[in-house]
Design a protein around this ligand. Structure first.
Ligand code: ATP
Ligand code: MG
Length: 316
């Protein structure tokens, strides 16, 4: 008896060949889960096949989709193994429940000069502190898409907390990405560096600028969102697999639809909103003061705190 083909990706579904798979991807169906919850009619219309055949593909996708149950006690065990990196400000650490968490993505969004990059530098330094002293005793992979990485600034921050500036720089691996592809590939291939160099923090500064520049206009929007989606999922995957922290920065755009209140919203829409575990909205205040607000976190209360950007780094 012929053994049935194992279904691992959308190509393996009955009636779906490479060309159909491509059509599915273009329309945003990249995983078996997404096909499994599609309606037969939308799929039939999209692919130009009968609703019966569409239903067959959907049923097969459902069969192939596994649900991993995890006892709540195991979930708690995982939560307890979560590490925290100090931001340099006690107030902000408290607001974050101890600092920037491993196993998740922390996003900082805000206008220019709001301190997003500075916080990325501070975390890259602090992660090198020992566990229990505000760090995780690990290194940083710093993906710089805006050419704003400044080793001199890292040295200043390292000296201020009594770390050897040279050692600190040696433990930060910088990738200057100039295209979306470079940015994506750096993350796709990060596994080796992470294990070999003991990386405990990945910074992507900024997550969205290249995506924005390369997919201009409405036409490119679906493709951009799809790629960005896959990219942040890979980041989350690394955070889970290696129990490391991911810190990403994001620009804001003016949303003309909001007439009252603060009209700035982060780039990337729902994709990043759903993927980020913690979102920080940073605003400039007087002089060196910045206001940081936690936005819709699953386990932290909403609130804001004032931090300062000093020559020594982020402080209360
Ligand atoms: P952008 O959207 O343009 O990338 P950003 O949110 O990343 O902006 P940062 O670069 O993090 O902004 O913040 C820049 C600010 O940090 C400067 O305006 C300055 O106030 C402060 N800053 C930078 N270096 C120092 C320093 N050595 N000492 C004190 N403050 C500094
Ligand atoms: Mg910046």
């Amino acid at each position: 008896m012929a053994k049935e083909k194992e279904i691992k990706s959308i190509e393996d579904l009955p009636g779906v060949g490479p060309a159909t798979a491509e059509k599915l991807r273009q329309a945003g169906y990249t995983t078996l889960e997404q096909v499994a919850v599609a309606s037969p009619f939308e799929l039939a219309e999209l692919l130009g096949i009968s609703a019966d055949n569409a239903k067959k593909a959907i049923d097969a996708a459902k069969q192939a989709t596994t649900i991993n149950y995890l006892e709540a006690s195991k979930v708690l065990e995982r939560r307890l193994s979560i590490g925290k990196i100090s931001t340099g400000s006690k107030g902000l650490d408290e607001l974050l429940g101890g600092g920037v968490e491993t196993n998740g993505i922390t996003e900082a969004y805000g206008k220019f000069s709001s301190g997003k990059t500075q916080l990325g530098f501070q975390l890259s330094v602090n992660v090198q502190l020992p566990v229990g002293k505000g760090g995780l005793g690990g290194g940083t992979l710093f993906i710089d898409t805006e050419s704003t990485f400044r080793p001199e600034r890292i040295q200043e921050m390292a000296k201020a907390i009594g770390l050897d500036p040279k050692t600190v720089l040696d433990n930060i691996y910088v990738v200057r990405a100039t295209t979306v592809e470079q940015q994506i590939l750096t993350v796709e291939r990060a596994d080796k560096l992470i294990t070999e160099k003991g990386i405990k923090l990945i910074v992507v500064d900024s997550l969205t600028s290249l995506f924005r520049a390369e997919f201009i206009g409405r036409g490119g929007l679906a493709e951009r969102q799809q790629k960005l989606n896959a990219h942040v999922h890979k980041l989350q995957n690394l955070a889970d697999t290696f129990n490391l922290a991911v810190y990403v920065t994001n620009q804001v755009i003016d949303n003309p639809a909001i007439l009252f209140g603060d009209p700035t919203i982060p780039v990337g829409g729902n994709i990043i909103a759903h993927a980020a575990t913690t979102r920080l909205y940073m605003r400039k205040s007087k002089e060196d003061k910045r206001i940081v607000r936690i936005v819709d976190s699953p386990n932290l209360p909403e609130g804001e705190v004032v931090i300062k950007i000093t020559p020594e780094g982020i402080r209360d």
